[in-house]
Write a protein that binds this ligand. Structure first.
Ligand SMILES: [Zn+2]
Length: 102
């Protein structure tokens, strides 16, 4: 994260990162590919209470990294998956990412 430009870091700093071994059976049943290496989960807007100022700001989403599905499993491999999912968090879809070779 330290290598990210400041404006990109601020855009994703409220996103929680979860490191897991692999997608759970429940996640697979709900449509996550069994071989997914990462995932960006958008927050469920329905759970937010816009009238409660005292409520701490909820995470703006979750980036999940599945270590068993990262090949090769090394620093650059994990970083590539994280950056791909962070780009989704910033609003880019697969088509955009493919266009820039990401
Ligand atoms: Zn993607």
């Amino acid at each position: 994260m330290a290598r990210l430009p400041a404006h990109v870091f601020h855009a994703i700093e409220a996103i929680e990162v979860i490191v897991s071994d692999h997608p759970t059976p429940g996640a697979v049943r709900s449509g996550v590919r069994e071989d997914a290496a990462g995932l960006f989960v958008e927050p469920d807007q329905r759970t937010l209470d816009p009238t409660d100022d005292d409520e701490p700001a909820p995470p703006r989403g979750w980036i999940v990294v599945f270590l068993d599905n990262i090949r090769p499993l090394d620093g650059p491999g994990v970083q590539a998956i994280f950056m791909h999912e962070a780009a989704h968090a910033l609003g880019l879809d697969e088509k955009h990412l493919e266009a820039v070779g990401f």
